[in-house]
Write a protein that binds this ligand. Structure first.
Ligand code: PRP
Length: 228
Protein backbone atom coordinates (compact mmCIF):
# COMPACT_ATOMS: atom_id res chain seq x y z
CA UNK A 1 0.00 0.00 0.00
CA UNK A 2 1.29 3.41 -0.99
CA UNK A 3 -0.28 5.55 1.73
CA UNK A 4 -0.62 9.32 1.51
CA UNK A 5 1.92 9.82 4.28
CA UNK A 6 4.51 7.44 2.77
CA UNK A 7 6.75 8.41 -0.11
CA UNK A 8 7.82 5.50 -2.30
CA UNK A 9 10.79 5.80 -4.66
CA UNK A 10 11.28 3.17 -7.39
CA UNK A 11 14.86 2.33 -8.32
CA UNK A 12 16.52 -0.45 -10.29
CA UNK A 13 19.48 -2.36 -8.89
CA UNK A 14 22.96 -1.60 -10.19
CA UNK A 15 24.27 1.65 -11.56
CA UNK A 16 21.06 3.66 -11.07
CA UNK A 17 20.68 2.51 -7.44
CA UNK A 18 24.37 3.13 -6.70
CA UNK A 19 24.40 6.58 -8.27
CA UNK A 20 21.11 7.64 -6.67
CA UNK A 21 22.36 6.89 -3.14
CA UNK A 22 24.56 10.02 -2.89
CA UNK A 23 21.62 12.14 -4.06
CA UNK A 24 19.38 10.63 -1.40
CA UNK A 25 22.10 11.28 1.15
CA UNK A 26 22.21 14.92 0.04
CA UNK A 27 18.49 15.02 0.87
CA UNK A 28 19.18 13.49 4.30
CA UNK A 29 17.92 10.03 3.33
CA UNK A 30 19.93 6.88 4.08
CA UNK A 31 18.76 3.55 2.66
CA UNK A 32 19.04 1.06 5.52
CA UNK A 33 19.54 -2.18 3.56
CA UNK A 34 22.00 -3.09 0.84
CA UNK A 35 20.38 -4.81 -2.18
CA UNK A 36 23.66 -6.71 -2.73
CA UNK A 37 23.18 -8.60 0.52
CA UNK A 38 19.44 -8.36 1.12
CA UNK A 39 16.73 -10.10 -0.93
CA UNK A 40 14.17 -7.56 0.19
CA UNK A 41 12.38 -5.61 -2.50
CA UNK A 42 11.13 -2.88 -0.17
CA UNK A 43 14.01 -1.10 1.52
CA UNK A 44 13.43 1.09 4.55
CA UNK A 45 15.26 4.38 5.00
CA UNK A 46 16.21 6.43 8.05
CA UNK A 47 13.08 8.49 7.37
CA UNK A 48 9.98 6.58 8.49
CA UNK A 49 7.91 8.21 5.73
CA UNK A 50 10.27 7.31 2.87
CA UNK A 51 10.95 3.89 1.35
CA UNK A 52 12.65 2.52 -1.74
CA UNK A 53 11.23 -0.25 -3.92
CA UNK A 54 13.50 -2.25 -6.22
CA UNK A 55 12.06 -2.97 -9.65
CA UNK A 56 13.43 -3.76 -13.10
CA UNK A 57 14.60 -0.63 -14.92
CA UNK A 58 11.90 -1.01 -17.58
CA UNK A 59 9.22 -1.28 -14.88
CA UNK A 60 10.09 2.02 -13.14
CA UNK A 61 7.79 4.18 -15.35
CA UNK A 62 4.93 1.70 -14.90
CA UNK A 63 5.27 1.67 -11.10
CA UNK A 64 5.29 5.44 -10.95
CA UNK A 65 2.51 5.92 -13.48
CA UNK A 66 0.12 3.49 -11.81
CA UNK A 67 0.79 4.41 -8.20
CA UNK A 68 3.05 1.57 -7.03
CA UNK A 69 5.59 4.30 -6.40
CA UNK A 70 5.34 8.08 -6.25
CA UNK A 71 8.57 8.79 -8.00
CA UNK A 72 11.40 6.89 -9.62
CA UNK A 73 14.71 7.11 -11.39
CA UNK A 74 15.22 5.68 -14.86
CA UNK A 75 17.18 6.22 -18.04
CA UNK A 76 15.97 8.47 -20.84
CA UNK A 77 16.10 5.37 -23.08
CA UNK A 78 13.59 3.59 -20.84
CA UNK A 79 11.32 6.63 -20.82
CA UNK A 80 11.32 6.97 -24.60
CA UNK A 81 10.58 3.27 -25.12
CA UNK A 82 7.88 3.31 -22.43
CA UNK A 83 6.16 6.35 -23.96
CA UNK A 84 6.28 4.76 -27.42
CA UNK A 85 4.82 1.49 -26.13
CA UNK A 86 1.96 3.12 -24.26
CA UNK A 87 1.60 6.41 -26.07
CA UNK A 88 -1.57 5.39 -27.87
CA UNK A 89 -3.52 4.17 -24.85
CA UNK A 90 -5.18 5.96 -21.98
CA UNK A 91 -2.44 6.48 -19.44
CA UNK A 92 -2.01 9.08 -16.76
CA UNK A 93 1.48 10.10 -17.78
CA UNK A 94 4.62 11.07 -15.96
CA UNK A 95 6.40 14.30 -15.32
CA UNK A 96 10.14 14.42 -15.68
CA UNK A 97 11.18 17.35 -13.52
CA UNK A 98 14.91 16.69 -13.27
CA UNK A 99 17.78 15.34 -15.32
CA UNK A 100 19.92 13.78 -12.60
CA UNK A 101 22.87 13.45 -14.97
CA UNK A 102 23.70 10.02 -13.54
CA UNK A 103 24.23 6.65 -15.25
CA UNK A 104 25.45 8.52 -18.29
CA UNK A 105 25.97 6.61 -21.52
CA UNK A 106 24.97 6.89 -25.16
CA UNK A 107 22.70 5.07 -27.58
CA UNK A 108 24.68 4.00 -30.61
CA UNK A 109 24.68 1.92 -33.76
CA UNK A 110 27.43 -0.70 -33.86
CA UNK A 111 28.49 -3.20 -36.52
CA UNK A 112 31.17 -5.88 -36.92
CA UNK A 113 34.58 -4.35 -37.65
CA UNK A 114 34.56 -5.80 -41.18
CA UNK A 115 31.09 -4.51 -42.14
CA UNK A 116 31.16 -1.38 -44.31
CA UNK A 117 28.21 0.44 -42.76
CA UNK A 118 28.77 3.73 -44.62
CA UNK A 119 28.76 1.92 -47.94
CA UNK A 120 25.63 -0.08 -47.08
CA UNK A 121 23.83 3.15 -46.16
CA UNK A 122 25.08 4.91 -49.30
CA UNK A 123 23.87 2.09 -51.48
CA UNK A 124 20.44 2.13 -49.87
CA UNK A 125 20.79 -1.43 -48.58
CA UNK A 126 18.10 -2.76 -46.26
CA UNK A 127 19.76 -3.35 -42.88
CA UNK A 128 18.79 -5.94 -40.30
CA UNK A 129 19.14 -4.22 -36.93
CA UNK A 130 18.86 -6.05 -33.61
CA UNK A 131 17.88 -4.03 -30.57
CA UNK A 132 16.00 -3.80 -27.32
CA UNK A 133 15.26 -0.15 -28.17
CA UNK A 134 12.92 -0.46 -31.15
CA UNK A 135 11.26 2.96 -30.86
CA UNK A 136 14.58 4.80 -30.71
CA UNK A 137 16.03 2.70 -33.56
CA UNK A 138 12.92 3.09 -35.75
CA UNK A 139 12.87 6.86 -35.31
CA UNK A 140 16.61 7.20 -35.91
CA UNK A 141 16.76 5.19 -39.13
CA UNK A 142 13.54 6.75 -40.42
CA UNK A 143 15.06 10.21 -39.91
CA UNK A 144 18.10 9.09 -41.95
CA UNK A 145 15.94 7.53 -44.64
CA UNK A 146 17.58 4.13 -44.09
CA UNK A 147 15.36 1.06 -44.54
CA UNK A 148 15.68 -1.39 -41.68
CA UNK A 149 14.19 -4.64 -40.49
CA UNK A 150 14.18 -4.34 -36.72
CA UNK A 151 14.74 -7.50 -34.69
CA UNK A 152 13.60 -7.15 -31.09
CA UNK A 153 15.93 -8.71 -28.52
CA UNK A 154 15.86 -8.52 -24.72
CA UNK A 155 19.62 -8.66 -24.04
CA UNK A 156 23.10 -9.58 -25.34
CA UNK A 157 22.53 -7.57 -28.50
CA UNK A 158 26.25 -7.85 -29.29
CA UNK A 159 25.74 -11.48 -30.19
CA UNK A 160 23.33 -10.76 -33.03
CA UNK A 161 25.82 -9.60 -35.69
CA UNK A 162 28.32 -12.25 -34.61
CA UNK A 163 25.86 -15.05 -35.32
CA UNK A 164 24.44 -13.65 -38.55
CA UNK A 165 21.13 -12.68 -36.95
CA UNK A 166 21.62 -9.00 -37.81
CA UNK A 167 23.93 -6.61 -39.67
CA UNK A 168 23.96 -4.01 -36.90
CA UNK A 169 22.79 -3.34 -33.36
CA UNK A 170 21.41 -0.35 -31.54
CA UNK A 171 22.52 -0.49 -27.92
CA UNK A 172 23.78 1.51 -24.97
CA UNK A 173 27.49 2.18 -24.88
CA UNK A 174 29.28 3.36 -21.79
CA UNK A 175 32.98 2.50 -21.69
CA UNK A 176 32.86 0.76 -25.09
CA UNK A 177 34.45 -2.35 -23.55
CA UNK A 178 31.55 -4.67 -24.44
CA UNK A 179 31.70 -3.64 -28.11
CA UNK A 180 35.48 -4.04 -28.16
CA UNK A 181 35.36 -7.47 -26.53
CA UNK A 182 32.98 -8.59 -29.27
CA UNK A 183 34.87 -6.93 -32.14
CA UNK A 184 32.12 -4.45 -32.87
CA UNK A 185 32.62 -0.80 -33.74
CA UNK A 186 30.43 2.18 -33.03
CA UNK A 187 29.37 3.82 -36.30
CA UNK A 188 26.65 6.25 -35.20
CA UNK A 189 25.90 8.04 -31.98
CA UNK A 190 22.13 8.37 -31.76
CA UNK A 191 21.75 10.26 -28.48
CA UNK A 192 23.29 10.86 -25.10
CA UNK A 193 21.46 9.14 -22.25
CA UNK A 194 21.24 9.98 -18.57
CA UNK A 195 18.85 9.07 -15.79
CA UNK A 196 15.85 11.21 -14.94
CA UNK A 197 13.68 11.64 -11.93
CA UNK A 198 10.08 10.83 -12.85
CA UNK A 199 7.02 11.65 -10.80
CA UNK A 200 3.30 10.89 -11.10
CA UNK A 201 1.52 14.22 -11.57
CA UNK A 202 -1.13 13.31 -8.97
CA UNK A 203 1.59 12.50 -6.42
CA UNK A 204 3.24 15.83 -7.12
CA UNK A 205 -0.02 17.48 -6.08
CA UNK A 206 -1.13 15.28 -3.19
CA UNK A 207 2.34 14.76 -1.70
CA UNK A 208 3.84 18.14 -2.61
CA UNK A 209 4.99 18.73 0.97
CA UNK A 210 7.18 15.61 0.84
CA UNK A 211 8.17 15.66 -2.84
CA UNK A 212 9.09 19.34 -3.31
CA UNK A 213 11.89 19.40 -0.70
CA UNK A 214 13.28 16.17 -2.14
CA UNK A 215 13.25 17.66 -5.65
CA UNK A 216 15.01 20.77 -4.39
CA UNK A 217 17.68 18.73 -2.59
CA UNK A 218 18.29 16.55 -5.66
CA UNK A 219 18.44 19.63 -7.88
CA UNK A 220 20.99 21.28 -5.59
CA UNK A 221 23.05 18.08 -5.46
CA UNK A 222 23.22 17.74 -9.26
CA UNK A 223 23.34 21.48 -10.00
CA UNK A 224 20.32 21.39 -12.32
CA UNK A 225 17.06 23.31 -12.29
CA UNK A 226 13.72 21.68 -11.42
CA UNK A 227 11.39 21.76 -14.42
CA UNK A 228 8.01 21.05 -12.84
C1 PRP B 1 24.68 -2.32 -21.31
C2 PRP B 1 24.66 -2.42 -22.80
C3 PRP B 1 25.97 -3.04 -23.15
C4 PRP B 1 26.87 -2.56 -22.02
C5 PRP B 1 27.73 -1.43 -22.51
O1 PRP B 1 24.26 -3.51 -20.76
O2 PRP B 1 23.55 -3.19 -23.25
O3 PRP B 1 25.89 -4.44 -23.16
O4 PRP B 1 26.04 -2.09 -20.96
O5 PRP B 1 28.61 -0.98 -21.50
P1 PRP B 1 30.16 -0.73 -21.82
O6 PRP B 1 30.21 0.16 -23.04
O7 PRP B 1 30.69 -0.05 -20.60
O8 PRP B 1 30.81 -2.06 -22.08
P2 PRP B 1 23.90 -3.63 -19.22
O9 PRP B 1 25.10 -4.07 -18.48
O10 PRP B 1 23.25 -2.36 -18.75
O11 PRP B 1 22.86 -4.82 -19.20
P3 PRP B 1 21.71 -5.20 -20.21
O12 PRP B 1 22.36 -6.01 -21.28
O13 PRP B 1 20.76 -5.97 -19.36
O14 PRP B 1 21.10 -3.93 -20.74
Amino acid sequence: MNATDTLTLALSKGRIFDETLPLLRAAGIEVLEDPQTSRKLILPTNRPGVRVVLVRATDVPTYVEHGGADLGVCGKDTLIEHAAAWGGSAHVGLVEPLDLGIARCRMSVAVPADFDYARAVRQGARLRVATKYVAIAREFFASKGVHVDLIKLYGSMELAPLTGLADAIVDLVSTGNTLKANRLVEVERIMDISSRLVVRPAALKVKAAQIRPLLQAFARAVGAPVAA
